[in-house]
Ligand binder design. Structure first.
Ligand code: ATP
Ligand code: MG
Length: 398
């Protein structure tokens, strides 16, 4: 076992000592067998949530009704979920009912894909009821059981199949793929937040061009927000698509190709956070400016650190320009100032310099103008130089 599993092992041991079964399960086992980095460790157990809560000193009851308790252990969080079966997701959000059960078999059977239906005990022994290991070797995504039945229960699994193909670069097994195509209209009924979460990871996948192939071939985009009203949008995606690591980049990418679809519309239909919306529109400004003027001082100045890498990815994909991060950082460091805080003058100074003027939006505009002049080297970032320049420009405009 790797150190991550070693650290979590006491949780399995404790549950077993109390007379219950407990296993590592799902993505962590899959990624471990693939030699991929493990994100979080999920545990499945025959103990019911009340028992899990009673056995561990530090727990957070996040989804008791679905059997999930977070156990805190040595500063790590582990999702511990009781063996369960579930009904269908008729509201597309949550299973209608879940039933706690005593054996792991049915718990593994409810899982979406064979590669996600593997359990591992504390000694590293794998329970593999659906040939998940064979499918890992063959790099294949295959539903546990009948595809149409499984996608009918929860259509998010269709999006998840695409996500896993993009992240892992796996093929989708033929019958599973045919079932995705047959069931895709059910995606229209599932909650947007669930779709967005999976699609964000889809576009960020290391093998996104594999995923894109399946997306186009299955025409699942015709049931996705925005894409369903704009059938030509999908054509913006090139054959050699590259990963976009955040949904803000995804929005900026498509907005560049079809500017008539507003960034607001994207954000609304995909229920994005305000942060994502803001970032998308800033990236859009960055790219437009870059296309018009190249790497000018103001453009670099405006590009804050969180946007360096998204900007580089978009410049590559949209304009086929390979920019280097090191070079961008250097260019920014060589500017006279790196942010408004570095400016030798501030709003209060301006008010003091022009005592006749009432505070108002002119302060903001004048600061911006000063910032521009300093960044582009028109004036030195010295209080006296700025003051002189301001008095002169104000005389000109008055
Ligand atoms: P990762 O966490 O790396 O994205 P994962 O496989 O752990 O991948 P999660 O969404 O964390 O994905 O789900 C954990 C496990 O729960 C999955 O491996 C799968 O066994 C099961 N699972 C998750 N979502 C579904 C679903 N919609 N239908 C059936 N099983 C699911
Ligand atoms: Mg997971």
């Amino acid at each position: 076992l790797t150190k991550y599993f070693q650290r979590a092992k006491p949780i399995l041991e404790k549950l077993e000592a109390e007379g219950y079964e407990a296993y590592f399960v799902g993505g962590c086992v899959r990624d471990y067998l693939l030699g991929r980095p493990i994100k979080d460790i999920d545990i499945t157990t025959s103990a019911t949530p009340d028992i899990v809560q009673a056995v561990f000193p530090s727990v957070i009851p996040v989804g008791i009704e679905h059997g999930t308790v977070i156990v805190r252990h040595e500063k790590e969080s582990y999702e511990v979920t009781t063996f369960r079966t579930e009904g269908s997701y008729s509201d597309g959000r949550r299973p209608d009912h879940v039933e706690f059960i005593r054996n792991i078999e049915k718990d593994l059977e409810r899982r979406d894909f064979t590669i996600n239906a593997l359990a591992m005990d504390k000694t590293g022994h794998i329970t593999d009821l659906f040939s998940g290991r064979r499918d890992l070797k063959q790099r294949m995504i295959r539903t546990v059981g009948n595809g149409e039945k499984r996608f009918g229960e929860d259509a998010l699994r269709i999006i998840r199949a695409l996500r896993f193909s993009s992240v892992l670069g796996f093929q989708i097994e033929e019958e599973t793929f045919a079932a995705m195509v047959a069931c895709k209209s059910a995606v229209l009924d599932i909650s947007v937040e669930r779709i967005t979460n999976e699609m964000e990871r889809f576009f960020a996948g290391k093998h996104v061009s594999v995923g894109i192939n399946y997306l186009k071939k299955s025409a699942v985009q015709t049931v996705l927000p925005v894409f369903k009203e704009h059938p030509t949008l999908i054509e913006a995606i090139p054959q050699n698509m590259k990963p976009l690591l955040s949904f803000a980049e995804v929005i900026a990418f498509f907005h560049y190709h079809q500017p008539e679809i507003a960034i607001n519309e994207w954000a609304k239909e995909w229920k994005c956070s305000n942060r994502t919306k803001r970032l998308a529109s800033e990236l859009n400004d960055d790219i437009k400016r870059y296309k018009q003027r190249g790497l000018d001082a103001i453009g670099i100045y405006k590009l804050n650190d969180e946007r360096f890498e998204p900007f580089i990815r978009l410049a590559d994909l949209l304009l086929d320009d390979k920019l280097s991060l090191v070079q961008l950082i250097q260019l920014k460091q060589r500017l006279p100032i790196q942010s408004r805080d570095d400016l030798a003058i501030n709003g209060n100074d301006l008010l003091a310099l022009f005592p006749d003027k009432k505070p108002g939006v002119w302060v903001k505009h004048l600061l911006e103008k000063t910032e521009d002049a300093v960044v582009t080297g028109k004036i030195n970032n010295q209080y006296r130089d700025i003051k002189e320049w301001l008095e002169w420009t104000q005389r000109e405009t008055d």
